[in-house]
Design a protein around this ligand. Structure first.
Ligand code: ASP
Ligand code: MG
Length: 419
């Protein structure tokens, strides 16, 4: 059996839904489970709505109308003669309204998951209804009943053994007769609360289903031709990488390549399931296959992360940076959910580069300052080159000053500032 994943861009309007449905129909010959994200930029919109509600701004109702209008416009184009799907989607929005009618009492993270999850529930209902209207035998499944997690809202941790047991017990027989449509990004706790797996987590959902079902392969359908050696946003000339090892894919995503969610690859590697990254714009072309191979990347790969802050931490009392204060520093980063993109330490200094995430970073720095001498510099760019050489380094350093640099055999990281 195969697992497909369609992201927000592949279902961003009626024509995209029709296109994705055509791809699904073409491959329905064998068992197929399809994981779908929220439509277009819905997750961002619902995140904004959650913040507006949580902060009592009153603006949430207007944002809800915006989300409704967006989805009903797509529905009208897909189902010009109407149908029960209109009521089904209206009911999803009513569920959000119920939440908004009460004053926010729960934690932000909990509310986020209950509200934002609607994006995926809605998109999958629409795509399933559309496929059914074209004559396909589809079954809509609630991923929250299968991907079982703890209650770390917004970043839930999967209980693999329970998840595997549930998926194996129920899905194979359904897959024998139906194309299964389900949500990416969502999980459920043992008390039946909704959780999410971290932003852009739908790829990870596809990997979880595939690993539990021992799928033959997973295909992520994207608006790019496959894995490129750099984001076309940064380089005019990029190259498609036809074949990539799991190890290289893990390294690239770890350093910030956004083409696949970093958690996706490990479960597939463990089961030796190939991961295809293909274009929904050009579904005939083979794209990239990530699999078990000794082949290294044919060309150096570049990953750019902008909006970085370099934080430098030193003990106030001239003691060394050793295990005990490192432990405290790491704990603070973990508590504030700040992910470290690059780190470096010397006898009396520990320095990191992190994404500038605003308030939670300001709070972290304030806490660090209670114990340490802290300096920070913002507006930086972190460039990672996998399979670097001097020529590639020179290429990215034009008009840049290096603030910090790390090199190992295959990977070079440069934290730079524009000059
Ligand atoms: N819709 C979710 C997000 O945008 C999950 C995903 O797209 O993978 O974060
Ligand atoms: Mg998305």
């Amino acid at each position: 059996m195969q697992v497909f994943k369609f992201g927000g861009a592949s279902v961003k309007d009626a024509e995209s839904v029709r296109n994705s449905a055509r791809i699904i129909s073409k491959y329905k010959g064998e068992a197929l489970l399809v994981v779908i994200s929220a439509m277009g930029k819905t997750t961002n919109l619902l995140e904004k709505l959650t913040k507006e509600y949580y902060n009592n701004t009153g603006l949430q109702f207007q944002t809800l109308e915006e989300a409704k209008a967006f989805h009903f416009h797509i529905l009208q184009e897909l189902f010009p003669t109407g149908g029960t799907i209109f009521d089904e989607i209206a009911n999803c929005f009513v569920e959000i309204e119920w939440i908004l009618e009460e004053d926010p009492q729960d934690s932000y993270d909990y509310l986020f998951d209950q509200i934002v999850s609607m994006g995926e529930l809605i998109s999958t209902k629409i795509v399933a209804a559309y496929l059914a209207s074209t004559g396909e035998k589809v079954k809509w499944l609630d991923a929250r009943d299968y991907i079982l997690t703890d209650n770390t809202y917004r970043e839930a941790i999967v209980d693999w053994s329970k998840t595997e047991e549930k998926i194996r017990a129920e899905l194979p027989s359904i897959l024998d007769s139906y194309i299964v449509i389900t949500q990416g990004f969502l999980g459920g706790t043992s008390e039946n609360f909704t959780t999410t797996l971290g932003r852009e987590g739908s790829d990870y959902s596809a990997a979880i289903f595939a690993a539990c079902l021992n799928a033959e392969n997973v295909t992520i359908w994207k608006d790019v031709p496959g894995v490129l050696n750099a984001d076309p946003k940064w380089f005019e000339k990029t190259e498609l990488i036809p074949e990539l090892s799991y190890t290289d894919a893990i390294e690239l995503t770890y350093y910030g390549a956004t083409v696949i969610h970093p958690k996706t690859i490990k479960p597939l590697q463990n089961k030796k399931i190939a991961l295809n990254v293909r274009s929904f714009v050009d579904p005939e072309s083979p794209g990239t296959v990530i699999k078990s191979t000794n082949q290294t990347l044919p060309v150096p790969s570049f990953i750019f992360k902008v909006n970085q802050i370099f934080i430098s931490i030193s003990p106030r009392d001239f003691s060394f940076i050793v295990e005990d204060n490192l432990r405290d520093i790491f704990n603070l980063f973990h508590q504030h959910r700040i992910k470290i993109n690059m780190m470096r330490n010397t006898a009396i200094n520990f320095a990191v580069s992190v994404d500038d995430t605003g308030q939670n970073l300001t709070d972290l720095i304030a806490e660090l300052e209670q114990r340490f001498k802290v300096t920070h510099e913002s507006g930086l760019e972190l460039i990672t080159i996998r399979y670097y050489n001097q020529e590639t380094i020179n290429r990215v350093l034009v008009d840049k000053e290096v603030i910090s640099e790390l090199k190992d055999t295959y990977t070079c990281q440069l934290l730079v500032k524009k000059i």
